[in-house]
Structures are given as C-alpha cells and as structure tokens.
Design a protein around this ligand. Structure first.
Ligand SMILES: Cc1cc2nc3c(=O)[nH]c(=O)nc-3n(C[C@H](O)[C@H](O)[C@H](O)COP(=O)(O)OP(=O)(O)OC[C@H]3O[C@@H](n4cnc5c(N)ncnc54)[C@H](O)[C@@H]3O)c2cc1C
Length: 394
C-alpha cells in the first residue's frame, strides 16, 4: 500500500494513524476531518469542560510533536462526501479527490436531534463547538435547564448543570434510564444518583415538542404537561455517520458492517470506533475506539482478516461526584449480586459498591460505583475468562 486515508480526525482516527506508523506503514498517510480542530477528547465535554474545571488545552489528544511525527497530510475542515465502488477514490466536499490504496473509516456518530431544536437555547452535546455554546449559555447565571434523555451523556450534563447551580430536570421516555446498559435493578440504583445531585427525574413520559418563538420556553410532555425551560439539552443518542458512504459498495446497517476484525466487504477498507458495527455490535465507548484500530490496521496491512477484536466491552461515566464503571456482556435474566459495599435506600452508599452479574453460576459482567480497585480486578478476571472472582481477591 502506498497511500492510506483515514476518514475522521478524532479519537479512533488518531489511534488508527498511530497504529499505521507503529505497524510499519511508511507510505503516504492522509487524514480527513470535517471539524476544524485537531483530535480532541470528548468525555470531558459533558463533565469538567462544561463545569469550567478544565479548559480547551486539556482536551488535545496529541501534542504538536507527536502530530508532526506521524508525517501525515491533515485535511481538516474538509468533509468526505463519497467513496467510489472500488474503495479506491475518496471524494471531498471541496471537489478534490484522494486516490488511495487503503481506507480507515473513523467518522464516529452525530447527536440525534428533535424537531424544533432550531430554537435558541436548545443544544446537543457531541462536539467541542457544541460544548462551547452550551458552556457559554450556562455562564449567564442560574437558569431552568431541561435535559431530554437520561442516558450517560444526559446524566453527566444534568450533573454538571446542577453543579453550576442551575435548576435541572431530566426527562426520560422509558420507565428508567440506562436499562439497556445496566439492567433494571442496577439502572434503578444509578437513577437514584439524580436525587443525590438535587436533580428531578421525570420518567415514562415522552416529549411532545419544544415550546417557544425565537427562544425555547418549555418542553411539552406527552402527558399534556409542560416543563418550563430556558435551556434544553437534547441527549437522545447518536446516529453513526455513514450517510457519506451511500453509493459505495459497503454494507451500512446502523453503522459500517464489518467482520470481527473491523474489515468491511472490501478488504482494503476497515472501520473503527463509534461508526463501526464490528461482528454484529456497535459500541459508543472510548475504550472500543482506542482498541479496535490496532486490529483493524493489522488486517488492513495484511489484506485480509488475520486478527479479531475480542476485547471485553468497558465504559465509565462520572456523574454527581460518583464514578460508574461497567465491563462485560450482560444479558436480560442475569442475576445481580452486591459483592462489596452496600446500598442505602436503594441508592449507592457513601463508600460505593461492586455488583457482579451472573448467569448459570458464571460471572458475565461487573458494575462498580466508586470502587475502582476491586472493579479492575473483576474486569481482569472477566477478561481472562474466569467465572468467579474470589471474595478475597476483591
Ligand atoms: C460528551 C461525550 C462524553 C463522553 N463520555 C464518555 C465516557 O465518559 N466514557 C466512555 O467510555 N465514552 C464516552 N464518550 C464516547 C467517546 O467519546 C466516543 O466513543 C469516541 O469519541 C468515539 O470516537 P470516534 O473517533 O470513533 O468518533 P468521534 O469522536 O465521533 O469522531 C469522528 C470524527 O469524524 C468526523 N466526521 C464525521 N463525518 C465525516 C466525514 N464525512 N468526513 C470527515 N470527517 C467526518 C466527525 O466530525 C468527528 O470529528 C463520550 C462522548 C461524548 C460526545
């Protein structure tokens, strides 16, 4: 391969570029990114960046020296708008084309929006520009904030807004947030964190629409009531950025469909990170976006699948002063056992807790709130395929 093009200049794109060089690719490396920024880290956007505890200088994923050391051509502020059927020519929105021998698709996902979210005061939170706009508006004194969606980004945003002194309500259409990730029992425990942070959680109610003329004034709920709002954050999930690939020969189905080695139907095209459906699963986790590129690049350079991305799913979330960590593959019907710590009135106690998910006597997943060490041990045991963690090992 003489030229490899990475499309998407963020977390998984940067890791792919690093892997290309680390695995000996010394040809032309082109990195195309539609944002004007060099790669930056998104997790702080809903946490310490929003509360002002860290600034933009804290977000960079690579310093100038490393960026230069990659020896790449960076086409930033440039959107890819197509890939020819052979996967050999990339079309850019400014009319240019890039001829390439290999492609890494790393275009991530975009925040879903709601009809009417063109009103001033309505925000989504995916990019640095989104976070800047929300942070600026939150700086104007205490406001009534409604967060639509109680998933991780919604919960973290609500927590940050509450920490800044705003009055916050989270609206969740399901009867509990986070059930698909944590199961009902542990989702109820984590939902109690909202209470701890002084945030109202309204569940089982959809959103009928946003109210306001130029500025948002309220969120109309499907039960007929309206929540007054001066700022609304729409946190209803993300859609993989695959639209630019329409017309290519790649299979697109909630992401770019790949085998377990991140390889698409074309062996010289691989996909990584939030946009990639790898072996039937699409993750939106920082760790997947940083682990998949090693395998994807090995397969790209080999011209076929020689390695599989088999790492254990892992994510964390910081909200209301608590650190939630989860690893493993939980299924409905797994039992949950509190192995350490305890709950107080169904909420995490001050010292946090460690919960093990089990099925047929085997551990399938682990969740912790503020118990990082035993969590790491249980995660390692899961990675090694051990069915139990010895109580003394915790
Ligand atoms: C606010 C926030 C908080 C988060 N917190 C956590 C957390 O606490 N824990 C955790 O595990 N994960 C967290 N995540 C998830 C994690 O950040 C993502 O999994 C990770 O960013 C995925 O990286 P990526 O490079 O695959 O995609 P992205 O980070 O989405 O990057 C894709 C890039 O490609 C660009 N692009 C899209 N289309 C094109 C195109 N056609 N041409 C050129 N460029 C294009 C995009 O603009 C973007 O710059 C968080 C995400 C957000 C948004």
């Amino acid at each position: 391969m003489r030229t490899v093009t990475v499309v998407g200049a963020s977390l998984s794109g940067l890791y792919a570029a690093r892997e290309l060089r680390a695995q000996g690719f010394d040809g032309r490396l082109v990195i195309v990114g539609d944002e004007p920024h060099r790669p930056y880290d998104r997790p702080p956007l809903s946490k310490d960046f929003l509360t002002g505890r860290v600034g933009e200088d804290h977000l960079a994923l690579a310093d100038d020296e490393e960026t230069a050391g990659l020896g790449a051509e960076w086409l930033l502020g440039t959107r890819a708008r197509g890939l020819d059927v052979r996967g050999r020519t990339l079309l850019l929105d400014d009319g240019r084309t890039v001829s390439t021998d290999g492609v890494v698709i790393a275009t991530g996902a975009s925040a879903r929006s709601l009809p009417g979210d063109g009103l001033a005061g309505v925000h989504t939170l995916r990019s640095l520009d989104d976070a800047r706009a929300l942070r600026d508006e939150l700086a104007d004194g205490p406001r009534q904030v409604v967060v639509i969606g109680g998933g991780f980004i919604g919960a973290e945003t609500a927590s940050s807004c509450a920490a800044l002194g705003h009055t916050v309500t989270v609206v969740e259409a399901a009867s509990l947030p986070l059930v698909p990730h944590l199961g009902a029992q542990m989702a109820a425990v984590c939902a109690a964190l909202h209470r701890r942070g002084g945030v109202d959680l309204v569940t089982g109610t959809g959103v009928a629409g946003l109210r306001g003329a130029a500025y948002v004034t309220g969120v109309a709920l499907s039960d007929g009531s309206t929540l007054p709002a001066e700022i609304v954050v729409v946190g209803i999930g993300a859609t993989p950025n695959t639209r630019w690939l329409a017309g290519s020969t790649l299979t697109l189905h909630d992401g770019v469909v790949c085998d377990e080695g991140c390889v698409t139907a074309l062996p010289q095209v691989v996909a990584v990170g939030d946009v990639a459906r790898v072996g039937g699963t699409r993750a939106e986790h920082w760790t997947s976006a940083t682990e998949q590129p090693r395998v994807a690049v090995a397969n790209l350079l080999a011209g076929r699948t020689v390695e599989r991305a088999r790492s254990l799913p892992y994510f964390w979330s910081d909200q209301y002063g608590a650190c939630i960590q989860f690893a493993g593959r939980r299924r409905d019907g797994d039992t949950v056992r509190i192995a350490e710590g305890e709950l107080t009135d169904g909420a995490p106690g001050d010292g946090g807790f460690l919960a093990l998910y089990e099925r047929d006597g085997r551990m399938t997943a682990v969740l912790s709130v503020d118990r990082p060490r035993p969590f790491m041990r249980a995660r390692r045991a899961l990675t090694r395929g051990e069915s139990r963690v010895q109580p003394t090992a915790l």
